[in-house]
Write a protein that binds this ligand. Structure first.
Ligand code: NAD
Ligand code: UD1
Length: 340
């Protein structure tokens, strides 16, 4: 199929493009490069030995998006483009609501106009809020405590309503748990700007010596060792989940958790990283981070049952691949960050 991939130069989008190209699809990427760069696309070509079509446009730009649909015979859309920093969304809610909601509306509108009936949307486990684990797709959603999370809840709602009103439309809502790791080649991976907020990039940068030590946010949660438990999923497993979702397109709204179903604590992840890479990761216990929940992991049985998809890569592979990419990735601002 000809797949339009919005945000295809980003972390999850670029890995998904690799999986799509390897499965024989053609990809047309649109990305404004606000949180990525075009070198990643060269790496995707290098890994797959396939050509890709790329447009540097903003998905909130209705005219530009319309033009892409007019030029290409698009058969499916995967919508990754969006802003994703939780803390920043609290400080600057307006760009988060504008970017994440308007991009979804613009794409849905173009799909209707050009009779493209398949759309896959990047949602997040954050929509479950502080529910009881494991999170199953049928749970009532709880408030997310931040504008980023609310944009995911709202986008899910908008796409569901559109699909309800258009019986031939297929929407797959994929709720990602905690994507980590990198392509096995070490050529593409997650390269956050500035000091990372998420655990795995922070651990990798401590291992590299870019950051002094990991701060573990709380050890008094009701979990195995008191530290927060999450469902880390290898980004290539996640990428393959998108290919599986596209293979099973049927009209209606389909919601899938993409996770492993296994919870791993912060300390367990640090130990796995040290074991996988034979390197020390110094850490200290500090206060809880506001807004964090104790445990978040998936009931991943629906994706297995309906898509035939399961996550295959374990936590050791996630740590090994994250570290390989971190080692290959050029340093920037090292001396500045060492003050942390
Ligand atoms: P990312 O920032 O690496 O990728 C997003 C890409 O979208 C970037 O390349 C950025 O330049 C582009 N973009 C942003 N706004 C755009 C716009 N208006 N027009 C065109 N391009 C635009 O993020 P990611 O981690 O790859 O996340 C992809 C999607 O998955 C996002 O929607 C994110 O909310 C969702 N998600 C991510 C995680 C995670 O932990 N990474 C977890 C759950 C859900
Ligand atoms: C965060 C986002 C969530 C998003 C998810 C995707 C918040 C509140 N939530 O979730 O919306 O969908 O990323 O990746 O930001 N930790 C430390 N030290 C650190 C960093 C993290 O101890 O320096 C701990 C956290 O307390 C948590 C675990 O590591 O227990 C994972 O944290 P993180 O990687 O930020 O992901 P989430 O909090 O699950």
């Amino acid at each position: 199929m000809n797949i339009l991939v919005t945000g295809g130069a980003g972390y999850i989008g670029s890995h998904t493009c690799v999986a799509l190209l390897e499965a024989g699809h053609t990809v047309i990427i649109v990305d404004n490069l606000s949180n990525s760069n075009s070198e990643t696309l060269d790496k995707v070509k290098q890994i797959t030995n396939r050509e890709i079509i790329f447009y540097q446009i903003d998905v909130t730009n209705e005219k530009a998006v319309d033009n892409i649909f007019a030029i290409h015979d698009i058969e499916g859309v995967i919508h990754f483009a969006g802003l994703k920093a939780v803390g920043e969304s609290v400080e600057k809610p307006l760009p988060y609501y504008y970017n994440n909601i308007v991009s979804t509306l613009v794409l849905a509108n173009a799909c209707q106009k050009y009779n493209v009936s398949n759309l896959v949307f990047s949602s997040s486990a954050t929509v479950y809020g502080d529910n009881t684990v494991p999170f199953v797709e049928t749970l009532n959603l709880l408030p997310t405590t931040n504008p980023y999370g609310e944009t995911k809840v709202m986008s899910e709602r908008i796409l569901t309503d559109i699909a309800m009103a258009n019986p031939s439309f297929s929407v797959s809502i994929l709720r990602y748990f905690n994507p980590v790791g990198a392509h096995e080649s070490g050529l593409i991976g997650e390269a956050p700007n500035g000091i990372p907020n998420n655990l795995m990039p922070y651990v990798s940068q401590v291992a590299k010596g870019k950051l002094r030590k990991l701060r573990v946010f709380g050890n008094d949660y009701p979990t195995v060792d008191g530290t927060g438990v999450r469902d880390y999923i290898h980004v290539m497993d996640l990428a393959e989940g998108h290919v599986a979702a596209l293979d099973k397109i049927t009209a209606g709204v389909h919601i899938y958790n993409l996770g492993t179903g296994q919870g791993t604590s912060v300390i367990e992840l640090v130990k796995a990283f040290e074991e996988a890479n034979d390197i020390k990761v110094p850490y200290e216990i500090v206060d809880r981070r506001p807004g964090d929940i104790a445990s978040c992991y998936a009931d991943a049985s629906k994706a297995k049952r309906e898509l035939g998809w399961i996550a295959k890569r374990d936590v050791i592979s996630m740590c090994r691949d994250s570290w390989r990419f971190e080692k290959n990735n050029k340093d920037s601002g090292t001396s500045l960050w060492l003050s942390r």
